[in-house]
Structure formats: C-alpha cells, structure tokens
Design a protein around this ligand. Structure first.
Ligand code: FES
Length: 564
C-alpha cells in the first residue's frame, strides 16, 4: 500500500495501527503489498442515475483482483440532476473537493471513479486530476430507450417536449401520465446526448475511460464486462504509474472538444472541460471551442440535435466509431489509460455500414460544422454559448425586442401573465441566473415559451441568459453570457424594449443601445448583496465565471511553488 503509515507521529506505531485496522475485511498483512485500488462509490437511491451501481462495483472489484490488486470502495458525494436543489452545479465543486481530498487522504495507489449523472463525472475528473494518482473513469451508463405508442422516448428531451405540448394543448392529461411512466424505463443516466452522455464520451476522448465504455446501456451485460476490464486496467495503470498528468495535455483536450462538436454534445461540457483542464494549468479559451467547432464535421445523429439515442450509438460502435471517423483531425499520439496512444487503439476500430445513419462518415457529415458556437459582442464581452444544431435555423440571425426577467422567480411569476406584452419575434432575457447570481448557474436558460404564444403554435424564440441549460434541452438559446449580471456584466443593463441582435454566422451578440446610455445605466447599477452562509457563501465568493469553468479560484494549481 502506497501510504502504509500516517503522516504524523511515530512511524512504526502508525504502521502497526494501520496493519491492525486493515484486517477488518479479512485481508492479511501481505495482501496490502499489492496495488490498492480505491473505488469512489457514488451509489444513491435519491440519485436515480446511480441507484444501480452495486453489480458494477462487484465487477470492477473482480477485475482488480484478477489483475493482482486489492479493491476497496469508499463513498463520495452523489449528485442527481433532478433531485438536487437548487442545482447540482452548485455542488459540482464540492464533489470535486470531496473526491480529490479522499483520494489524497486515503492509502490507495489508484482509483476507479464511478460516475454517471451530469455533474458527477466532471467533478470526479477535476478531483482526480488534482490528486494525480492513476485514475480511470467508469460510469453507470445510459438508460435503454423509452417508448410510447411506437415513438422512441428520451429522457429528458421528451420530458421537455411533451410538457411543452401539454401546455400548448396538444397532449392530454391522460397521455401525459402514460408518457411520464415510459420516459425513464431502466436504471442509468439520461439516454440522449445530454451532459451525462457527453461527459462520458469526452472521458474516452481524453484517454481516461476504456474505449467504448461510455455508450453501453446501463443494464447490458457488456457494461459488467467493461466494469471488469476497468478493474483490470487500473491495476495495470498503477503498475505503469500512469497518472492523469501523464495522459492529459492540450492535445487530449482538443480531441475531446472535437468529439463534443461531432456528437452535438451538451453546452455544459464547455464549462466542465475548461474546469478539468484548469486543474492541469491548461487554458482552454472559448475561442478555441469555436475554432474547433468550425472545423469539425457533425457526425453523430443523436438527440437532442439529431434522431437517435445512446443505445443506438452503442450498436453503431460507441464513441470509438465517431473518433475513428474524426481521426484525420485528432492528435493521435495522445496517451490513454490503456497504455496505448489513442491512434493505436483506433487502428482496430471498424464501423458497420448498417449504422451509417447514426455515425456518418467524415466526408458525408450531417453538417459541415460542429454543434456549438461561441458568441461575443457588447452583450457578452467574455463570450456566450449557443447550441446551434439544437436551435431553429431561422432564428440564428435575428433582431428583436428584449423582454427582461430579473431572476428565475421573476420569470416564473410573469412568463404566463396574460398581460405580458410579448410577441413571437421578441427576445426573452433572464438576468442574475449565473454562477454568483443564482447562485450555481441553474439550468433555467431554456426559458419557457409563454403559454399564450404556445397556444398560437409558437415553439421557439430567441432566449438569452447568464444561466445554463440541460444538455437534453433544445431551442434557440444563448447561454453562459459572461460576465454575468451579478458581477456587473452588460446583461445586467438590458431593459425591456431594448433591441438585441443575434448573428450566429458572425458569432455576434449585440445590445443595440448607445454606449452613453449603457454608461449611464452602469453608473446606476448596484452590486448584488452577498447573502447566504456556509458552502453557498464560499461558492459565491470564490466561483469563477463560466468562461473560466466555474471552478473555485483556490482550486487552480498553486503556481507559487513553481520554479521562477
Ligand atoms: Fe442524471 Fe439526466 S438526471 S443524467
């Protein structure tokens, strides 16, 4: 065992103590001469995406033992998207700290990160990168497809779609009850290319997950087989001392960004990848995402931007099939947890022609560019994000009148007011919903279409906020406006009736208000009062803006210890 004594006091006594206490599971003294593998167990009955991890942990343990290691599971925070208030993003950094400190504090040589739901996977990667011992990611896997009246259902794109149709009067109460029962039919995380699926496939591209593991459905026997392989591989990684710092480089992050763009992945991944890279001291400027998006073909036909779901991607070869097609654009020499550079294991990947509508060939893409664009302009001086392929193409160039909501509460109170003066061409703006403002940057960016417009048949409008939206959501939604309103960003100065111009082709987001007027409004702006206590207070005082990954400033690498 790497740390066979405590970091204080009499070394002999501490070894004696640990040996005595480590016999609790029946292990002998010499068992701990083998690589000791910690397994971050994020099982939870409240987080339904992690409620099925028991058999996977058993399979990982089998793999570890087969490869000559000793597996020991330990608990870390579990964050479930639906049941965590006010938003899981508030707790991503707490989970990252928990993971990092438990990895560092305990006597383990390597670690299996058992993730799944949206924020758990990036939190674990952030923590493991900072702890920097051999680490491998494994997830609970996506749910199998849902089905209603012959139509495939996907959580939670269809949760939003059918709720909107219900509000628009197109779906009855009775149908809604049946759809609700069919939306999430098995264990596992959301099965569209939402944030959970996106971070899982990006883990493969980064080199920190076994090839093909991300897309295997949660309840498929191949997931158990992959869990067992993961257990074997982490022992191998310990034997080679293959740590995140030996694997992650700017090139591996660029590979992950290419994959994000090619699969139409979640806008949340932009924030998470910046945060994970930040732990390595690697900067991923928003302009890099835009540059790679413009030069990456959109290949995977997956909801919410496309037609299929993770179960279908699994049949088509999973993330490796997409990466194989992307090979001409990848850094093929980047090391992976397999001990091979990504280009090496991609050599053996073949793609069946049967599934070509799911993973399109490099030279016959669904779209010539990737799924996310980065916008700049006086309304977002440090950037904003839009998921272009999940938007209405007719609205990507649009000028309209702002209807402003000053908080999520204000939005809820007024959006369906019959007196609200709002038309289809207007632009809905939500302020003070960013990392500091909300706090925690909740997924409220897909502002609901007002009931009265829904009933007229309107299904999309331009919406702008400093919030995020779920990776499963859709619409012409501009997100992550930076700086956010709570720190004095221009978005705080927008007033109802102002003109806003969105031009995605030019990557531009402009508030068409004269500069003198903006200066006047700025002079009247008062900073948000910092309320709250405990962790929420710490969060508000230390969280970075979205373009910096929303990590805490004090969790970035300590540069003071580097040689000058
Ligand atoms: Fe966990 Fe959707 S609720 S991934």
């Amino acid at each position: 065992m790497s740390k066979s004594y405590t970091s204080y006091g009499d070394r002999g006594f501490s070894q004696f103590l640990r040996r005595a206490f480590n016999r609790h599971l029946g292990y002998s003294e010499t068992d701990f001469d083998k690589p000791v593998i910690g397994i971050c167990n994020t099982s939870s009955e409240i987080n339904r995406c992690h409620s099925h991890l028991g058999p996977l942990i058993e399979a990982i343990k089998r793999g570890v033992i087969m490869a000559g290691g000793v597996p020991l599971e330990f608990p870390t925070i579990s964050l479930g998207e639906i049941n965590t208030s006010p938003t899981t993003m508030l707790y991503r950094n707490l989970a990252a700290m928990d993971t990092e400190e438990m990895i560092r504090a305990q006597p383990i040589d390597g670690v299996v990160l058992l993730g799944g739901c949206d924020k758990v996977t990036p939190a674990q990667l952030m923590g493991a990168v900072s702890a920097d011992i051999p680490a491998i990611m494994f997830t609970g896997g996506p749910m199998a497809n849902g089905e209603y009246e012959g139509r495939t259902l996907g959580a939670c794109s269809d949760c939003r779609f059918f709720w909107q149709e219900y509000r628009g009067g197109k779906v009855s109460e009775e149908e809604l009850v049946k759809i609700n029962a069919a939306l999430a039919p098995t264990a596992g995380h959301c099965m569209v290319m939402g944030s959970a699926s996106t971070m899982a496939v990006c883990s493969e591209a980064l080199g920190l997950m076994l090839p093909g593991a991300a897309a295997i459905p949660a309840t498929h026997n191949q997931r158990l087989a992959a869990a067992q392989e993961t257990g074997k591989q982490i022992v191998e990684a310990v034997n080679r001392d293959l740590k995140p710092s030996n694997i992650l480089t700017l090139g591996s992050f660029e590979n992950a960004i290419r994959l994000l763009m090619a699969v139409g992945g979640s806008s949340n991944a932009v924030i998470h990848l910046i945060a994970i890279a930040g732990r390595m001291g690697i900067e991923l400027p928003l302009r890099l995402f835009d540059e790679l998006s413009r030069t990456t073909p959109f290949l995977a036909n997956l909801r919410p931007a496309g037609k299929y779901q993770m179960e279908d991607l699994f049949r088509a070869g999973g993330a490796p099939a997409v990466l194989k097609e992307l090979s001409p654009l990848l850094h093929l020499n980047e090391m992976t947890i397999t001990g091979q550079p990504i280009g090496e294991w991609l050599k053996d990947i073949t793609i069946s022609e049967t599934y070509r509508d799911i993973v399109h060939p490099y030279d016959k893409p669904l779209h010539t560019e990737g799924g996310i664009a980065i916008l700049h302009g006086n309304l977002a001086p440090n950037g904003a994000v839009i998921k272009t392929k999940a938007a209405s193409q007719s609205l990507l160039s649009h000028r309209g009148k702002a209807i402003v909501f000053t908080s999520a509460e204000d939005l809820e109170a007024r959006i369906n007011d019959p007196e609200l003066d709002v038309k289809e061409d207007d632009i809905l703006v939500l302020q003070y919903a960013g990392p500091v403002g909300a706090p925690g940057m909740p997924e409220v960016g897909m502002l609901p279409i007002p009931d009265k417009l829904l009933k007229q048949g309107v299904r999309d409008m331009v919406r702008i906020s400093d919030a995020r939206m779920s990776g499963t959501a859709f619409g012409t939604v501009v997100l992550h406006v930076t700086p956010e309103a709570a720190v004095g960003g221009t978005i705080a100065l927008v007033r109802t009736g102002d003109e806003i111009e969105l031009d995605v082709e030019r990557r531009s987001l402009q508030l068409l208000v004269p500069e003198e007027e903006l200066t006047r409004r700025r002079s009247e702006w008062t900073p948000l009062e910092m309320t709250g206590r405990g962790y929420t207070r710490l969060y508000r005082e230390h969280v970075l803006q979205a373009d910096k990954g929303c990590d805490f400033d004090f969790l970035l690498p300590d540069r003071s210890k580097e040689p000058k």
